[in-house]
Write a protein that binds this ligand. Structure first.
Ligand code: NAP
Ligand code: ZN
Length: 357
């Protein structure tokens, strides 16, 4: 075991604060990683504040990790000390169920192990995530990072990137398809970039008039202010696919009405359990055989495909760098939609904190 500094929430109503944790000694198949950057996902906030009702404390969030390999177990073949690597939302799965065999560990029938708040791997009750100095992960859940240049802007691909890539690919987004992205936050801005790179006609739906210019710069062909019924009505019955990233409850019918016959809206945003979306109207679905679906992150194989696609096409995230000690302010700003478009923690700021030593 080795001790590493981290930031943890000790309960739902407490701010995150320094908290040293233990990491296991690498086993034969483990990779030990010095964490350089960790993105700040809205799921971190939902979990730190127990908004999904399943948080185990202390909770060390963070599942958009980029770092450098500092040690490898003797059986590890595909990583070497010094490699730049990533870790996303999972650190283990059963490996033998149908989903795992299909490379969709994110749907492991025995439940994957989340990078944080997952079942115990070490000598404590739950897994601890990337708001920490180091992490030890089984090589099956470590990704190769092949980007040149700014690695901080790569980190959010490990969740925001794959969570939008996977449904865009699954529902066949590409040339000739009209695709809506709802919400320009961490996930939404990657949805816009990726759908654009896949060749679709992209329409961004935002509640924030101040984001119109950014939406177009990021790759949207059109931007619709979703609070304006007249703008929404112009798009009635016209979409093949809509990816909804909004973290708060809202009226889903407003978007279902915009789908064509056989169109699908996929929800990836996950509101707190005590404030769900109002139920959509059944008639909006049955009259045009419309579908409403969900999608959870993505498998390891497709995460590597997404990372390689982004490296090849020069795609990274638009980020604001923060120091570890500013995480609680970052959460408040994220709740106000005031982030362009992902906070990324520079992890050396944690290591230099005297109280975290
Ligand atoms: P985020 O950066 O906070 O972005 C959410 C965006 O939703 C906001 O920027 C805002 O964009 C829009 N929005 C519209 N109405 C809102 C309202 N009433 N309150 C707050 N935001 C509103 O969050 P994120 O990190 O992209 O995560 C989005 C959601 O996806 C979260 O619930 C997160 O837990 C979930 N998630 C799911 C998965 C999965 O596997 N399914 C993976 C990661 C995250 P505009 O200003 O443009 O309206
Ligand atoms: Zn996430």
């Amino acid at each position: 075991m080795s001790t590493t500094p981290a930031y943890a929430a000790q309960s739902a109503d407490k701010p995150l604060a320094p908290h040293a944790i233990e990491r296991r000694t690498p086993g034969p198949h483990d990779v030990k990683i010095e964490i350089l950057y960790c993105g700040v996902c809205h799921s971190d906030l939902h979990t730190a504040r127990n908004e999904w009702g399943n948080t185990i404390y202390p909770c060390v969030p963070g599942h958009e990790i980029v770092g450098e390999v500092t040690a490898v177990g003797h059986e590890v073949k595909s990583f070497e000390v010094g490699d730049t690597v990533g870790v996303g939302c999972m650190v283990d799965s059963c490996g033998h169920c149908d989903s795992c065999k299909a490379g969709e560990e994110n749907y492991c029938e025995n439940g994957f192990t989340g990078t944080y708040n997952g079942p115990a791997q070490e000598d404590h009750a739950n897994t601890y995530g990337g708001y920490s100095g180091q992490i030890v992960v089984n090589e099956r859940f470590v990704l190769h990072i092949r980007h040149e240049g700014d690695l901080a802007a790569v980190a959010p691909l490990l969740c925001a990137g794959i969570t939008t890539w996977s449904p865009l690919r699954h529902w066949g987004v590409g040339p000739g398809k009209k695709v809506g992205i709802v919400g320009l936050g961490g996930l939404g801005h990657m949805g816009v970039k990726l759908a654009h790179a896949m060749g679709a006609h992209v329409v961004l739906f935002t509640t924030s008039p101040g984001k119109i210019g950014d939406g177009k710069r990021l790759g949207a062909n059109e931007v619709v202010i979703s609070k304006d019924p007249a703008q929404m009505a112009q798009h009635a019955g016209s979409f093949d696919f809509i990816l909804n990233t909004v973290a708060a409850p809202h009226n889903l019918d407003a978007y279902l009405n915009l789908l064509k016959r056989d169109g699908t809206m996929c929800l990836v945003g996950a509101p707190p359990i005590d404030s769900p979306h109002p139920s959509p109207t059944v008639f909006n679905l049955i009259m045009k055989r419309r579908g409403i679906a969900g999608s959870l992150i993505g498998g390891i194989r497709e995460t590597q495909e997404m990372l390689d696609f982004c490296a090849e096409h020069g795609i990274v995230c638009d980020i604001e760098r923060i120091a570890m000690k500013d995480i609680n302010d970052a959460y408040e700003r994220m709740l106000k939609g005031d982030v362009k478009y992902r906070f990324v923690i520079e992890m050396q700021t944690l290591k230099s904190e005297p109280e975290a030593a």
